[in-house]
Design a protein around this ligand. Structure first.
Ligand code: SAM
Length: 267
């Protein structure tokens, strides 16, 4: 089903109706809730960079008490699955339609961001190290370049969110509009800068950040492989929704621009 901009405008209208009904106090509380969700996301995201790259934080992907291998693998797969299921299920329009019967539309995205951050925080906290080494770069200068590449991946991912709409993606736009009594504008299809080269620069940045490791342990490899597999499934689901939302425009974009690997027709 192609969701027209009229339908989206009507949704914005419904959103305004809620805003005007909820009162100033309700809107102020929603706004503070959105700010808190965003703050929790920011701390978790920054911690995740240190965790994956083994920089500055007390617990990294390769530190912590050793547990039996089967237990470590089982725990880590369960943590990755929880993160992936939360992300994928809650991002779907059908799920959003269902749970906005209980959660106000203005804080739907903030609640998603909050739960996603908590799922990530649980993973960072409970992750079991598996220290066996898969590869290790001996030359410290090359190792530093590889860490730099990983950091560049994180920055590329973060920049991509600003290119489409960082504040909408993380729920701040919605709670701010609600506070001001304005409708949240309907989503727009955008292809700025990186989005002209690949369709999913944010995910590409994350994949680079996960795989560019000067020392790759089995634990880190499990994390990188699990997250990459999840991203590929996530892309298939996201693109189905984007075609529903933007129709022929997104189909043509898909034919023209590769998914993740620049200048490659198919991927
Ligand atoms: C976490 S972001 C990831 C964006 C993209 N997949 C990427 O990797 O850069 C997911 C949100 O971005 C939106 N989105 C993805 N591509 C978009 C585009 N070209 N223009 C506007 N919104 C887009 C999706 O509808 C979804 O709500």
């Amino acid at each position: 089903m192609i969701e027209s901009h009229d339908v989206l405008a009507q949704k914005s209208e419904e959103h305004t109706t809620f805003s005007s009904k909820s009162g100033v106090l309700g809107r102020a509380i929603s706004f503070l809730y959105g700010i808190a969700a965003y703050a929790i996301f920011s701390v978790t995201f920054l911690y995740a960079i240190g965790f994956v790259d083994g920089l500055l934080v007390p617990k990294t992907i390769d530190t912590g008490d050793a547990t039996p291998l089967a237990e470590a693998i089982g725990t880590n797969i369960a943590l990755l699955a929880l993160f992936a299921i939360q992300h994928s299920v809650m991002a779907r329009p059908q799920f959003k339609r269902w749970w906005t019967q209980f959660v106000p539309k203005s804080i739907e995205r903030s609640t998603y961001v909050l739960l996603a951050s908590l799922a990530l925080a649980l993973l960072l906290w409970q992750w079991q190290p598996i220290p066996a080494v898969v590869w290790e770069i001996g030359d410290p200068r090359i190792a530093a370049v590889v860490t730099g590449l990983s950091l560049a991946g994180w920055l590329f991912a973060l920049t991509s969110t600003f290119l489409i709409n960082h504040f909408e993606l993380f729920g701040l736009h919605q709670v701010t509009s609600n506070l001001a009594g304005r409708p949240t504008p309907a989503p727009h299809f955008l292809t700025p800068l990186f989005y002209k080269v690949v369709r999913h620069p944010l995910y590409l940045g994350l994949i680079v950040a996960f795989w560019a490791a000067p020392t790759m342990t089995v634990g880190h490899l499990l994390f990188a492989a699990g997250m990459t597999a999840y991203i590929l499934v996530g892309i298939a689901l996201e693109e189905r929704d984007l075609i529903d939302l933007f129709g022929e425009e997104y189909r043509r974009y898909k034919d023209r621009v590769p998914m993740l690997i620049p200048w490659r027709k198919s991927v």
